[in-house]
Design a protein around this ligand. Structure first.
Ligand code: SAH
Length: 472
């Protein structure tokens, strides 16, 4: 997935060949919510405003951060909304955009900064907002380049970002049957016949990784993908440790054929979000022993524990909002897919020109966050339909329609009044559609906010959109 999506050599997002169109919209491969309706970004902007109010209206040191901003539409709609709340707009020190694609970075710059110059800095690029020359917009290719300071309040948005991060796939297989000669040795001869020896071979399943392999030439057909998923013949470094990191995976190990998808990179990202909001766990007093395995030398070093500096944050602050496609509580399986021209295709079709994505495992992201920081709590996931409904999507659409009628004019690009009304109406309804294939039910929303122990007689605060209200 990494190679296909973000490789320097012709990745789907990173290919540098000039192109007339990008990946989005009717002429691209898929349409995302901010491209369907401006209300999506406006309500996410409002969510940030509500959290900022709920956390005591910090007057400085706020970072707005977005992972994989696409065309920049969501951030633009958010910034336009936040401008209506001047104390927050003033408190925003910088907007950080984590973006791997050069072409999309240029598109985001054009939308968010207009004609303001784009310059290189030590870790990426920067410019200033078209809304305010005091607001810096900074691009990096990885969240690790975004400064982490305990005094800052980061509001982090990730919409349709995690489904683009690579997954590993594992399947539980029963242990190989013992060779028949051995079977004989494992029986005890008695006058009434052989009885199995009590020394039985332990019957525990093992995880095998499903890996991408070239198809053998005799099965290769014209116009069919050259690659396929096959099961590794033996344990791989990843299959030895990744499925062991959570009780959710361990619980499936004894089920023959159980398939699980794990995205360590996604978990590393949400761990990072959580630490920025709530600080890291205190360092253990003694260093734990590195895990030992019964096997001989690994094929290559297995994910060496990165030495990370402890990051205490005495006053947790900020929030993260994750919106993506995936099951609300189960572990995704068989979800790797290709998308081309709005249709689902094999993920192995024409690598680098097909979008490849996988369902997001929301509970795995939540687990990484709460295990990694003592200062965050997780709310949701709730369906996008419910979240946007609670945020007031219907009311906002009504407002836009009323305004268009009052002005009595159409929108940009020669749109007539009727067309504007139709676009607003069909747009918001599409985002909240709870039908079987509707975006309202297929997309989930999850939030990380600062953890606050609930005192006796107190009710836990819920963020707006997750059952909470704003108290202004
Ligand atoms: N959030 C946008 C775009 C979603 S598409 C929207 O909703 O419209 C995924 C985005 O993530 C693109 O901008 C893509 O270039 C970016 N991206 C994908 N993989 C990435 C990675 N590993 N690191 C940084 N950005 C990545």
């Amino acid at each position: 997935m990494r190679q296909c999506l973000t490789s320097d050599l012709g990745g789907y997002y990173t290919a540098t060949a000039p192109s007339e169109t990008d990946q989005f919209g009717a002429r691209g491969d898929f349409v995302t919510s901010p491209e369907i309706s401006q209300i999506f970004g406006e309500l996410i902007g409002l969510w940030v405003v509500a959290e900022w109010i709920a956390q005591g209206r910090r007057s400085a040191g706020v970072y707005l951060m977005e992972m994989g901003p696409g065309r920049g539409t969501l951030m633009d709609d958010m910034l336009r909304t936040i401008r209506n709340f001047p104390p927050l707009a003033k408190a925003i020190e910088a907007v950080y955009l984590v973006e791997a694609s050069r072409n999309l970075r240029l598109a985001q710059h054009k939308l968010l900064c207009g004609g303001n110059p784009l310059s290189e800095n030590g870790t990426g690029h920067e410019s200033t907002s078209r809304y305010s020359k005091d607001l810096k917009i900074i691009w990096t290719e990885d969240i690790r380049f975004v400064p982490r300071e305990a005094s800052k309040t980061p509001f982090i948005i990730a919409h349709e970002f995690f489904d683009a991060l690579p997954i590993h796939v594992f399947q539980s297989v029963p242990p190989a049957p013992p060779p028949s000669q051995k079977q004989q040795q494992d029986t005890i001869q008695t006058p009434t016949g052989p009885i199995p020896s009590p020394r039985r071979i332990p019957k525990t399943n093992e995880w095998r990784e499903l890996v991408v392999s070239p198809k053998p030439p005799h099965r290769l057909k014209t116009d069919e993908p050259e690659f396929e998923l096959t099961m590794a013949k033996a344990a791989t470094p990843h299959s030895m440790y990744l499925p062991e990191i959570s009780p959710r995976y361990q619980a499936l190990k004894s089920t023959d054929g159980a398939t699980i998808e794990i995205s360590p990179e996604s978990q590393a990202y949400t761990l990072d979000f959580a630490i920025r909001i709530g600080g890291s766990n205190p360092a253990p007093l003694t260093q734990p022993e590195p895990p030992r395995t019964a096997t001989s030398a690994p094929l290559r070093p297995v994910a060496p524990a990165r030495k990370t500096q402890p990051f205490p944050k005495p006053r947790p602050s900020g929030a993260a909002l994750i919106i993506d496609y995936g099951p609300p509580s189960t572990i995704p399986a068989n979800s790797l897919r290709g998308i081309k021209a709005h249709s689902r295709v094999s993920p192995f079709l024409s690598p680098g020109t097909t979008d490849v994505s996988a369902d997001v495992d929301f509970l795995a992201l939540a687990e990484a966050a709460v295990n990694g920081s003592p200062g965050v709590e997780v709310h949701g996931p709730v369906s996008q339909g419910r979240f946007l409904g609670a945020m007031g999507i219907r009311e906002r659409a009504g407002q836009l329609v009323e305004r268009a009628k009052e002005v009595g004019m159409g929108g940009k690009g020669g749109e007539g009044l009727g067309e504007v009304v139709e676009r607003v109406e069909s747009g918001w309804r599409r985002l909240v559609d709870l039908g079987p294939q509707g975006m309202g039910g297929l997309y989930q929303v999850m939030a990380f906010v600062p953890f606050r122990p609930v005192e006796e007689g107190e009710v836990r605060r819920r963020p707006v959109g997750f059952g909470g209200d704003v108290r202004v």
